[in-house]
Design a protein around this ligand. Sequence first.
Ligand code: AHR
Length: 513
Amino acid sequence: MKSTWFRTLILFAMFAVCAPSWAADKLVIKADEDEAVISKYLYGQFAEHLGHCIYGGLWVGEDSSIPNTRGIRDDVVTALKKLNIPVLRWPGGCFADEYHWRDGIGPRDQRPPMVNSHWGMVTEDNSFGTHEFLDLCEMLGCDPYISGNVGSGTVREMQQWVEYITHEAGGPMSNLRKENGREKPWKLPFFGVGNENWGCGGNMTPEFYADQYKRFATYVRNYSGNRVYKIACGANSFDYNWTEVLMREARRQMNGLSLHYYCGSGNDSRSATQFEEDDWFAQLKRALDLDTLITHQSAIMDKYDREKRVGLILDEWGAWHAVEPGTNPGFLFQQNSLRDALVAGLSLNIINQHAERVRMANIAQMVNVLQAMVLTQDEKMLVTPTYHVYEMYKVHQDAVLVPAELICRKYQYKDDSIPAANVSASKAKDGSLNITLCNLDPNQPIEMECEVRGFKTGSVSARVLTAGDITAHNTFDQPQAVEPAPFKDFKKTNDGLTLTLPSKSVVAIHITR
Ligand code: AHR
């Protein structure tokens, strides 16, 4: 009797442990119910004067032996162009509130040097300035987003910068631009009035900054047909009071309000590739908090702006880990593993889902800093797992978000759990449907039934990004250790698909009509 009871208990325990991987999870895509347009600007990037993001990473100078065009690295531009980058934010970051743009124009050998006191106390020669940045944007085919200096700059300095870039002819700033070799004005669609003014940008209270914002923003003018979308400095992650005050006091003067969210490995001093499942779980859980954060920040904005006129601009986000051993701590150079690819995949799914309020998102940062697309070492270059996610997800740019309802099991780790899967779906202009899915569970695949409603399914193709180990990453010796591969583990059914998502993977499915 006792042994039968015991056997039953064992069988029950085995079922409880194993059932999650047998049970099919269910995804319903409502392809005939259009939600918001996923702005292409949700796939933006950020490049700061920090470590080797600009100097060495993007800019090597015209005399460098590294192949370049007007000083900008060819290999990096070629790789980045494949991402269809829509917008690039520059020059910071904390650097922005220390930067004086007039030091970065004119003949390069006459530009005064400066000390980058926020990032490593290194001396920069200002050889990468306004012209070089706008040249880079033209090479990438993206829009510029410039952050102005409120913390240590003047209203006049900010006003003249916008005039210098956008005023067509006959004024002092357009004349100066022409003297410096650029006849035509550039378009400057986005301008940030300060950065993190609650911290490195001047340690201001929200009330003080709201007044400063209104004063500075007044003089950010629209010259020669250019229209500037003005972005106010927003909250540090969960600081809801900052959002409340800015929306209450300054919403009429702004087009967008920024938000910064880093979900790094906290005080962990181990580098970005030294971690166990504990850290994997904790990291992905923190990344998922982005959904709660945007939901709450949007609710505050809704109180003052029900029509959603003001965009939430997530202009810095990403995973922030300890620097690579032996590198300058002030340079924020970190490796990028499969874990970062999952952070990128799930975060972009969340951001897509909030497309109604979020109008721009810029991952930090594009090259050699934090959760980068590209790492360089002298003349060598590699693309990271995060790069591949951006390449796989670019199909969502300017597509129409459609509801993707997912009932999925949990990824249980010790006494805690998170949803095992994460998804977003959109309809592209050519009528195709794109579904991006993440399996956050590092151990178990997910069997999924995917019902596609309101869409006549044509051909299906898919790619997967995964690896054998959670810490897998690309190195200069093995630059293709983590890269997308064709994904075949799906079957078409009468009403959609069934598929098996491999453990720890990002999958992108493309369905034509
Ligand atoms: O991206 C690195 C830094 O993080 C930025 O300079 C700053 O805005 C933020 O604190």
